[in-house]
Design a binder for this molecule. Structure first.
Ligand code: ASP
Length: 364
């Protein structure tokens, strides 16, 4: 994909990581430049995407190059290489991408042995008549395209999975390890995600990244290892076009992280873009999707005592004219700190606070 160099901003984005609350107005230097937004784990990804777009890259090429940094990072246990495996100890990855200028999309689900499912999703888009390939078919397609089978299960992820299995039940033959002598990798994981929390089926992580070029071309990409210890073959929202990712070059792009099942049921990515089409600011569009999820979450097992969703989910959106925003079901994360998203433009890359529907998740 090529793009004319005429419309490019000359200045490359400076990568300055700063935490700021949402600004009412962007500085003049950023007003017409490239912009990328992502989940908080994508601070380097948005910087990379903006840097590439400022040098003329297509928005999807930029988005994929950005999320590849996170897919390749063994220390991000929610995406790509090093992701937490399914209940059988196998890493199965989901990804999707959508290219606004050509209104095309591609996706893969339950892909094994390839740390960059976003690249395979883009190949599905560019080289096939299909939108979504899954499981062995997706694997075969990756092999045909020269991607060898790689072992994605890092030692840390393997130990965490084994620890989960050992603690699953007191009715099986596994013995629970002594909590006072935990393996340091397992201890580090518990410190990051909590233990009671990560045993819940909704625990996981993802990166979504939406990007817009100086001339207003838009793309989005979402990639994940899905929910921790999911059932083999379980597919979340990330590879579902219209749920985990949706882009319309006339309007904007949106995507999500969090409990995928809840998003699939409302087609949240598409809904956010439709809200923007009706004139809503991206942040308010995200809030509207969260309201829809809250209103349609009716099963008791998914509700708190107060009748609110008992899971986290966050949406990210950017409009064609570079307004952006993110909103989370709960403003405070598990650690009690405000949830954030990453954004980069000509003024640099930074984390900003997500808007929210409810303040804090109270389970008891
Ligand atoms: N949305 C991802 C999924 O459902 C997981 C997450 O972001 O936490 O697979």
């Amino acid at each position: 994909m090529t793009i004319s160099r005429r419309n490019l901003l000359g200045t490359a984005a400076a990568v300055a990581v700063a935490v700021k609350t949402a600004r009412a107005q962007k500085p003049a230097s950023a007003a017409n430049g490239p912009l990328a937004i992502s989940s908080a784990n994508g601070i380097k990804a948005v910087a990379k995407a903006v840097d590439l777009m400022s040098r003329g890259a297509d928005p999807l090429d930029a988005a994929i190059a950005g999320v590849n940094l996170v897919e390749d990072d063994p220390n991000d246990m929610t995406v790509g290489y090093g992701g937490v495996p399914n209940e059988e100890g196998i890493v199965q990855l989901d990804a999707s991408c959508m290219h606004g200028p050509t209104a095309r999309a591609g996706a893969v689900a339950s892909l094994e042995g390839c740390k960059n499912p976003s690249k395979i999703a883009k190949l599905v888009m560019e080289t096939t008549d299909h939108v979504l390939l899954v499981g062995p078919g997706a694997r075969h397609f990756a092999t045909m395209n020269g991607y060898p089978v790689e072992n994605l299960l890092t030692e840390k992820a393997r130990k965490v999975w084994l620890y989960w299995k050992q603690n699953l039940s007191d009715k099986d033959k596994w013995l629970e390890p002594d909590p006072d002598h935990l393996d340091p990798d397992v201890r580090a994981f518990i410190d990051e995600f909590g233990w009671d929390e990560f045993r819940k089926p909704q625990r996981g992580g993802t990166i979504h990244l939406s990007a817009v070029t100086p001339r207003g071309d838009i793309a989005g990409c979402t990639t994940t290892s899905g929910l921790f210890f999911k059932m083999p073959g379980r597919v979340g929202d990330s590879p579902i076009i219209g749920a985990g990712c949706f882009t319309d070059n006339d309007v904007g792009s949106a995507g999500s992280t969090g409990r995928g099942e809840a998003n699939i049921l409302v087609s949240g990515g598409h809904l956010a873009v439709e809200m923007m089409r009706q004139g809503k600011h991206p942040k308010d569009a995200c809030i509207e999707v969260l309201k829809r999820i809250a209103a349609t979450t009716r099963e008791r097992r998914l509700l708190t005592k107060a009748g609110r969703p008992n899971f986290g989910i966050t949406f990210y959106a950017v409009s064609k004219n570079r307004e952006y925003g993110s909103a989370s079901m709960y403003g405070l994360g598990d650690t009690g700190k405000p949830r954030r998203f990453a954004v980069a433009d000509a003024a640099g890359a930074r984390l900003e606070e997500c808007a929210h529907l409810f303040e804090r998740l109270e389970l008891k």
